[in-house]
Design a protein around this ligand. Structure first.
Ligand code: HEC
Ligand code: HEC
Length: 213
């Protein structure tokens, strides 16, 4: 009798493991690199803190994308392209991240992306936005782990004095953040949509804004 129970539980374990393996595979298929899993799809994670961390990790596909990190560098020089090489020509943040006289960001970066025709094979467009300037050094993300970035963006000392409510608003609606989904020809956009991303951040906050370790 005892051994029968043991057998049944072994069989049950195998069945559960198999079910897990299958659901993991289908989850992985749901989320190719250029899309985001919807916030609601994390409801199956019962533990709230684990759910919060998993949601932030999904949002991390945007946050750690070169489109964002290139403008949140660890030095005074922005980065460029998927390889995140130092900005060419050399430019530096200057006052308020706008560049230095003669090399202001808006000398080259206009209010919109501009297509480059027949100048350089490698550059298809110059990115643009009316607010184009470098993120302050305390908001540097380059070289940091997702957990470090997570703690940093929650910290009003380092996030420009934002409450979590303001942070949701910034992620969901800020125009400069939104540029990541419309980066101009020749540049890979960040995954998903800004609305989906905003929803992930909102759900992350609602589940306690837990950070990956
Ligand atoms: C002399 C012109 C010029 C100036 C001045 C300039 N940039 Fe650029 N920047 C460019 C060009 C051209 C590109 C596109 C290069 C490419 O796509 O390979 C670019 C690309 C970038 C990118 C990369 C976008 C991406 O994700 O690949 C960032 C970030 C950037 N610039 C930030 C800045 C900031 C911030 C300033 C001011 C401190 C600035 N730039 C000043 C010409 C300039
Ligand atoms: C052209 C440069 C640029 C790009 C590209 C950019 N940012 Fe920023 N980011 C800034 C600047 C500048 C600030 C400071 C606040 C402001 O002036 O808007 C900032 C601030 C932030 C903040 C608030 C403070 C903090 O803790 O960092 C968040 C969050 C943020 N950006 C997210 C993003 C995300 C997500 C992306 C990519 C989808 C992105 N940014 C792309 C320049 C940029």
């Amino acid at each position: 009798m005892k051994s029968n129970i043991a057998l049944v539980s072994v069989v049950a374990c195998i069945a559960i493991n198999a079910a897990f393996a299958i659901s993991n595979i289908s989850l992985a298929q749901d989320s190719p690199a250029n899309s985001l899993k919807p916030a609601a799809s994390f409801q199956s994670i019962a533990d709230q803190q684990q759910r919060s961390v998993a949601i932030f990790e999904e949002a991390g596909k945007v946050i750690q994308h070169p489109r964002c990190v290139n403008c949140h560098p660890a030095t005074d020089r922005p980065l460029q392209s998927m390889s995140m090489h130092p900005h060419q020509p050399p430019v530096t943040r200057g006052e308020a991240g706008m560049g230095v006289p003669g090399m202001m960001c808006n000398t080259c970066h206009g209010p919109e992306n501009v297509k480059v025709v027949a100048q350089a094979e490698t550059i298809k467009s110059i990115p643009g936005n009316a607010n184009w300037h470098l993120a302050p050094i305390e908001m540097a993300w380059q070289g940091k782990s997702l957990g470090e970035i997570c703690n940093q963006i929650k910290d009003p000392q380092r996030n420009g004095g934002m409450s979590l409510e303001k942070l949701i608003e910034h992620m969901a609606h800020d125009d400069l953040v939104g540029w990541g989904w419309h980066p101009g020809e020749g540049r890979e956009p960040v995954p998903g949509t800004q609305a989906e991303f905003g929803e992930l951040i909102r759900t992350w906050v609602e589940t306690g804004a837990a950070c990956p370790s």
